[in-house]
Design a protein around this ligand. Structure first.
Ligand code: URA
Length: 434
């Protein structure tokens, strides 16, 4: 078998056999296939797509490229949640404790910032002392003790995804339905969960810009789960503007903490309750989805979700007081306001531009090895649909270094569309798949 022939067949729209896909994944993971050939293959998949059979085999091969976690010693249904990536999307920090407070076992495996989107691990690591590199024994103990842990992808879990993901990030091949599906599902299946709730984002700040593509992505992942005997449900949710008001690592931890104390933004609270409810229902803690919604709301209102997050932060070496006393989190040293050039209604806030601007001032990475600045980011003052006056503040940029602040401020100003016409209200939760 020759790699070049497989690239050529995929380039020309042909289908690969299961053995050929195995050859490619194994060869790339063990270093026999070089980056330049795999890059060409990824680009061929980007343009030609893959059949269901190919995506299933690709996912299986990526899953089998490393260890799989055995959580059978921990009693209960294990449920995780994963977002396809957005801006200001801090729901994992909220839904995982809410579901765990309602009795679900949640081994939450999260990722780092990718492109203009943020990553849960980076957000959590802005809490002083917090560590996500738990050993297999620590994971099992913590899940048995408190029903929740936050971990990152280790070198041994779906290593093919780690390598492919890094290559996709620098070869403009992220936004591909078969590649996103196999990437997410291989690592989620490797972590030993029984069920999974997916938040498939659509809109300017998401990898899928159109609802029809988000639906296909959701259907592909639900289908992979079904073929592997896992219960998977996907919500397709709006990412045309940032979720909540805060974008940036420590800033998002603050907003998540406020939301768990029932004082968060309406959109973030609504989506968090719905995602947590789906986890509670799939975790078989309630007889109906409505009961699960009530259980999620209860965990928010009675503070048990908030206490759960503090317990887990302490267990993983972080300072739980930082969730009350925000001065204990990394703080920015400078602030720049962005004012509205005219009065009118905010018709849209381009989430991708906000994400890129936040990265410009240090909240994300340009290259894999870059360090992020946990203190910096953007706080919106208004959301789409609200009325503003000329000169009123649209948002504030928080920074620690001045060099790219002006560039970021210009980008942010362009992200806001202001018009005389009040825009139609957009639904937050657009569809359910699975
Ligand atoms: N999240 C993932 O884990 N993989 C992708 O390809 C995109 C988002």
């Amino acid at each position: 078998m020759r790699t070049v022939d497989l690239i050529q067949r995929k380039r020309d729209g042909g289908e690969l056999t299961p053995e050929e896909i195995e050859f490619l994944v194994e060869g790339y993971t063990n270093g026999d296939i070089p980056d330049y050939q795999m890059s060409a293959f990824l680009m061929a998949v980007y343009f030609s797509g893959m059949t269901d059979r190919e995506v299933s085999r690709l996912t299986e091969c990526m899953l089998q490229s490393g260890d799989t976690v055995d959580l059978s010693a921990v009693p209960g249904v294990k449920v995780d949640k994963h977002s396809t990536g957005g801006v200001g999307d801090k729901t994992s920090l909220i839904v995982a404790p809410l579901a765990a407070a309602a009795g679900v076992i949640v081994p939450m495996m999260s990722g780092r910032a990718l492109g203009h989107t943020g990553g849960t691990l980076d957000k959590l690591e802005s809490i002083p002392g917090f560590r996500t590199d738990l050993s297999a024994e620590e994971v099992q103990r913590q899940l048995a003790d408190m029903g929740l842990c936050f971990i990152g992808q280790t070198d041994r879990l779906a290593p093919a995804d780690r390598k492919l993901y890094a290559l996709r990030d620098v070869t403009a091949t992220v936004e591909s339905i078969p590649l996103i599906s196999s990437s997410i599902m291989s690592k989620k299946l490797a972590e030993g969960v029984d069920a999974l709730v997916l938040d498939v984002k659509v809109g300017s700040g998401a990898f899928m810009k159109k609802q029809v593509d988000a639906r296909r992505l959701a259907q592909t992942m639900v289908g992979i789960g079904r073929r592997m005997d896992k219960k998977v449900q996907a919500l397709i949710t709006d990412m045309s503007q940032p979720l909540g008001y805060a974008v940036g690592n420590a800033l998002e931890v603050m907003e998540a903490s406020q939301t768990l104390q029932n004082a968060g933004p309406a959109d973030l609270t609504k989506l968090s309750i719905e995602l947590a409810a789906r986890m509670i229902y799939l975790g078989k803690k309630t007889a109906s989805l409505d009961d699960a919604r009530r259980a999620a709301e209860q965990a928010l209102v009675d503070g048990s979700g908030y206490r759960k997050l503090k317990q887990v932060v302490a267990a993983q070496g972080g300072n739980p007081q930082a969730l009350d006393k925000f001065e204990l989190l990394p703080n920015a040293t400078g602030m720049r306001e962005v004012a509205s050039p005219r009065g009118g209604y905010v018709t849209s806030i381009d989430a991708q531009d906000i994400g890129v601007a936040s990265n410009l001032i240090g909240a994300g990475r340009d290259r894999k090895e870059d360090a992020i600045d946990p203190a910096v980011g953007i706080i919106l003052e208004v959301k789409a649909g609200e009325k503003v006056d000329a000169g009123s503040v649209l948002c504030r940029l928080y920074y620690t270094k001045e060099d790219r602040v002006e560039e970021a401020a210009e980008m942010v100003e362009d992200a806001f569309r202001i018009s005389a016409q009040r825009p139609d209200e957009r639904e937050l939760i657009l569809e359910v798949v699975g």
